[in-house]
Write a new protein. Structure first.
Ligand code: ADP
Length: 505
């Protein structure tokens, strides 16, 4: 273990885990990559190496896909009684909770987020989706369909639909919620009876690997059902997305890579679901509970250091309350304690990587040079080796600015006033983006809230709240924010095919 980690007190299992070189998990075995190549994983708070992982490539992906294909075709998972599948999926949820402390520490060390946040949000939300999906394993049903016999008068047919697992799933996930994104992908695919090759993000592979270890140690899944190949996007992700024996690819990440995945998937027209970027508006009306709106809008952008696809990165506040709102959010921003995620007093950790740090710093500079007014933060500092960006509020921004148009994926909010309360105009401003992932509306007027919710073109609209998630609620985007939905029973559509069976009676 690197000395930097010894500065923190870590769970014994974390200590042991970080000492081993991480391998790929293929067909029930831990194996080195065929090439023997590895890559380093760093602590974003120090920039120092904390782990070494096998770097998978096409050859490893081939092996993992072939294991998943064999496991699927044998029916050893899909034909297991659904209540048995449900029990296993539920058990995975229980195991995640039992290992809360170590998974939260790994998440903090790997991603940079505060360990308390990982323990209170990332880990329990991950176990919860397994439990929610465990229930669905016994409830994936078809329909019986009345038939008109249009061109066969007098004949009688019995028609029904079957909902069947889509097959082998390639699942490619990002670094912002490493364990939770793995859970959002694995749990519904297992509930539907699919087999899986999971590719974690190269920046944050540790919690998914530890989860796989925990599942493996409990002998919960038949070999080949769940495989994990770590590695870089172009080396391990791309061959998975284009693999001819993969039936479906599920991706969460940037819109840019989502488009690449879509093209790669076209070779065998595999099914594609995408949960991509966002530029979500937080819309505050003058009649709102302003203190609650200020706290909510601050949390909407600063939670997880703004590294959320649904971050409230565009603040639209009515001119009557604009100054009060921006001052309130700025005050919160200035008081957020930035530091290493493993430090118990830290409220905002470092960004995940040097690349992300440079990207966000670049947006802050472009905002300044395009005439944006920094009213809080605007500072970034990597002198300690960590990738620290301070929560930043830009006031008096407008739609032509780069930082208003593009997804920053950092703790930077762009505030714009609006002047009248014409809902068409407000919706037009809110919808003036290529993205359509989420929005929040802050008002006490229930009629305004519902009317605006209907006009906003995004997969989620929150009213008087933001970043409220539940395993039962579908999440995903309109426009360039993606295809399909994660979570809720909607996600099962991603992992099933519908078959119509018609019997001539
Ligand atoms: P970000 O830009 O936020 O780092 P990305 O969209 O680049 O997010 O990455 C999300 C996931 O997609 C990661 O697991 C990454 O390795 C993977 N990835 C990146 N490029 C490709 C690619 N060309 N094909 C398949 N997967 C990729």
């Amino acid at each position: 273990m690197d000395a930097s980690i010894l500065n923190y007190t870590v769970n014994d299992n974390v200590g042991k885990f970080l000492k081993q070189t991480q391998k790929l998990y293929i067909n029930g075995n831990w194996v080195d990559s065929k090439s023997g190549k590895t890559f380093d994983v760093e602590d974003p708070a120090t920039g120092k190496k904390i782990a070494t992982c096998a770097a998978g490539d096409k050859n490893d992906v081939d092996l993992a896909v072939s294991a998943a294909r064999k496991a699927f075709d044998s029916g050893k998972w899909s034909s297991l009684p659904n209540n048995e599948k449900g029990k296993i999926i539920w058990k995975i949820g229980d195991l995640i909770d039992e290992h809360n402390e170590e998974l939260a520490q790994l998440e903090s060390l790997d991603n940079g987020k505060p360990v308390a946040v990982a323990g209170a949000a990332d880990v329990p939300l991950s176990s919860d989706i397994f439990r929610y999906m465990a229930g669905w394993a016994t409830k994936i049903e078809g329909n019986t369909i009345p038939y008109s016999c249009l061109y066969t008068p007098g004949a009688q047919y019995h028609s029904y639909t079957l909902r069947e697992p889509v097959g082998v799933c390639g699942q490619i996930i990002p670094w912002n919620f490493p364990l939770l994104m793995a859970a959002w992908k694995i749990a519904p695919a297992l509930a539907a009876g699919c087999t899986i090759v999971l590719k974690p993000a190269e920046q944050t592979p540790l919690s998914a690997l530890r989860l796989m270890e925990i599942i493996n140690d409990s002998n919960l899944l038949p070999e080949g059902v769940l495989n994990v190949v770590t590695g870089f996007g172009e080396e391990a992700g791309a061959p998975l997305a284009e693999h001819p024996h993969v039936d479906k690819v599920a991706f969460t990440g940037s819109t840019e890579v989502g488009k690449i995945i879509t093209r790669a998937a076209s070779g065998n027209l595999k099914k594609v679901s995408l949960e991509l970027g966002g530029k979500s508006p937080t819309i505050i009306f003058p009649d709102a509970d302003i203190d609650a709106a200020i706290a909510g809008a601050a949390s909407a952008i600063f939670f997880n250091h703004g590294q959320c696809c649904c971050a409230g990165s565009r603040l639209l506040a009515h001119e009557k309350v604009f100054d009060k709102v921006t001052e309130g959010i700025s005050k919160i921003a200035e008081n957020i304690k930035v530091g290493p995620g493993m430090d118990a007093s830290t409220e905002m950790g470092p960004l995940v990587s040097d690349e992300q740090y440079k990207k966000v710093a670049g947006y802050i500079e472009s905002g300044k040079s395009e005439g944006g007014q920094v009213v809080a933060g605007g500072k970034y500092d990597n002198s300690s080796g960590g990738h620290f960006v301070h929560p930043t509020v830009f006031s008096k921004t407008n739609h032509d600015m780069t930082l208003v148009k593009e997804e920053i994926f950092g703790p930077v909010v762009c505030a714009q006033p609006f002047t009248d309360e014409n809902l068409e105009k407000i919706a037009e401003t809110a919808n003036n983006t290529n993205f359509g992932l989420a929005a929040s509306v802050w008002t006490k007027n229930i009629s305004v809230a519902h009317k605006l919710a209907a006009k906003i073109r995004s997969g989620t609209v929150w009213v008087n709240c933001h970043n409220i998630f539940d395993a039962s609620l579908p999440f995903g985007g309109y426009k360039e924010s993606g295809w399909g939905r994660e979570m809720g029973h909607e996600v099962l559509k991603n992992y099933t095919e519908v078959k119509a069976v018609t019997v001539n009676l």
